[in-house]
Write a protein that binds this ligand. Structure first.
Ligand code: NAD
Length: 437
């Protein structure tokens, strides 16, 4: 089949093609000698060629592995980007895609982003992402179906011998993680009742506060007191963030959410505070152009783009939402040219992965392996990393996102102090063992 025809297939049509060719598992692995992404099956090589030639999102991803859940006709994937610093780690997303091109592209883009987030946080993890492609013909909320899909995903991860360690992400929850955990040790974010680390949203909100404080210190030698902050999304991160902001004596918080219950609940929890909260329509992004000192996107991604950036009045953007820039390089530059200080999302929202990164090492009160990310002293804390990114951006007259990525990419080259580049060896073993058969 022609490359373009293959890539434009709907995931369910692609699954049909796999079934017709008796393919239950397949991979694309980067061959360092040939400098090429190689497919386990000739028929799928055009996809490997397409991904391997992509200049924006592909950067020598070490291995992409896929398995078909036959009962629910669901494609499951583990996208391993880089394992120099350790096993690739990042959440598994359960998402709908219109064609397999967008499925594969999303996976490689998100996996690379995890390498950068983990490295910049100085975690001894590589970067990876799981993506399970939702089959529109099945009920995505059925607990039974989810149990079966996530249990099989656990078996899939076991078969990958630990080159990818998963976690919760968009569309997945802690119950899904415990179903994965029933079949593999290669997951984090399991429930606290099973020895997991619990909900990371409060530490994530604290990380955002650290980023804001560093930006204010760097730009004006000031703190949050008396400032006006606009927060989009008042959910698990946005809610605690707003409470922390009032603890820091901000003058006002302007906030919105699409869910009326969430808005009313927070209003009732903060009586007497200068909280101007409203219910917004899902397509209403007017909060982004509020008169404020800091804008904190804490809802969905891709909200900073050609349409919204010109209207932004805040001097600082610092929030938790993942992938805030719709077109990263373009929008990073647009924000920079407008004289706004953008604190990259993957720097400030690291606490989600930090919180679960060391689950296997047990728990202590005020765990320094978590707390040091939130203090002002540690060289790699959110605060210090933000300061150093802002300093370098100023010296180089460059957008902050670009500087953060360059710094992260450099750190991602460093090998794990004990295990070296073991993830790559695991992938080589899988290929030698003919994992796909
Ligand atoms: P959440 O679902 O609890 O909260 C998001 C809130 O945004 C919801 O209340 C939702 O109703 C609201 N919302 C959605 N679209 C909106 C819109 N157009 N306008 C206003 N409100 C809107 O999610 P969360 O855990 O608070 O995470 C928020 C963001 O931060 C997400 O992008 C998430 O990926 C990212 N993030 C979260 C964590 C974490 O620890 N929870 C860690 C890293 C990154």
């Amino acid at each position: 089949m022609e490359k373009s025809n293959l890539l434009s297939l709907h995931p369910q049509e692609f699954i049909k093609l796999l079934t017709e060719n008796n393919i239950k598992k397949f991979y694309f692995v980067f061959d360092n000698i040939k400098q090429q992404l190689i497919s386990s099956h000739d028929i799928l090589q055009p996809i490997a060629d397409y991904l391997g030639a992509d200049k924006r999102d592909f950067s020598k991803h070490e291995g992409l592995f896929f398995q078909l859940n036959e009962k629910y006709q669901t494609l499951m994937g583990a996208f391993v980007h880089k394992t120099n610093r350790g096993q690739s780690a990042g959440g598994v997303r359960y998402w709908h895609y219109n064609n397999i091109e967008s499925y594969f592209r999303d996976g490689i883009r998100l996996a690379k982003g995890m390498t950068q987030k983990n490295a910049l946080a100085n975690l001894w993890w590589g970067g990876g992402k799981g993506v399970i492609c939702h089959n529109p013909d099945i009920d995505k909320y059925s607990p039974l179906i989810r149990k079966e899909i996530y249990s099989e995903y656990g078996e899939f991860l076991t078969s990958l011998q630990g080159c990818y360690v998963t976690a919760e992400d968009a569309g997945t929850n802690v119950t899904d993680m415990s179903n994965i955990f029933s079949k593999t040790r290669f997951t984090t974010c399991i429930p606290q009742s099973l020895g997991g680390s619990g909900n990371p949203s409060v530490p994530t909100a604290r990380g955002v506060i650290s980023g804001m404080e560093a930006a204010l210190k760097f730009l004006y030698n000031e703190n949050l007191e008396g400032k006006v902050i606009a927060v989009q999304g008042m959910g698990n991160v946005g809610g605690p963030l707003i409470k922390f902001l009032f603890e820091k004596n901000v003058k006002k918080v302007i906030a919105c959410d699409i869910n009326i219950q969430i808005v009313e609940k927070l209003q009732s929890e903060l009586p007497g505070k200068n909280l101007e909260a409203r219910v917004a329509d899902i397509n209403d992004h007017s909060i982004l152009s509020s008169e404020c000192d800091i804008l904190a996107p804490c809802a969905t991604g891709a909200i900073l783009n050609e349409k919204t950036i010109p209207g932004i009045k805040a001097k600082i953007i610092c929030g938790a939402a993942n992938n805030q820039l719709e077109e990263p390089a373009r929008d990073d530059s647009l924000i920079y040219e407008k004289g706004i200080c953008y604190i990259p999302d993957f720097l400030t929202n690291r606490m989600g992965i930090v919180n679960c990164a060391n689950e296997q090492y047990g728990y202590v009160n005020n765990d320094n392996f978590i707390e040091r990310h939130l203090n002002k002293e540690w060289e790699y804390s959110v605060y210090q990393t933000t300061l150093s990114v802002l300093k370098m951006a100023k010296e180089n007259q460059s957008p902050t996102g670009k500087i953060a990525i360059e710094t992260a990419d450099k750190m991602a080259e460093e090998a794990h102090p004990i295990f070296g580049h073991r993830g790559k060896e695991i992938i080589e073993s899988l290929v030698q063992n003919k994992w796909h058969i």
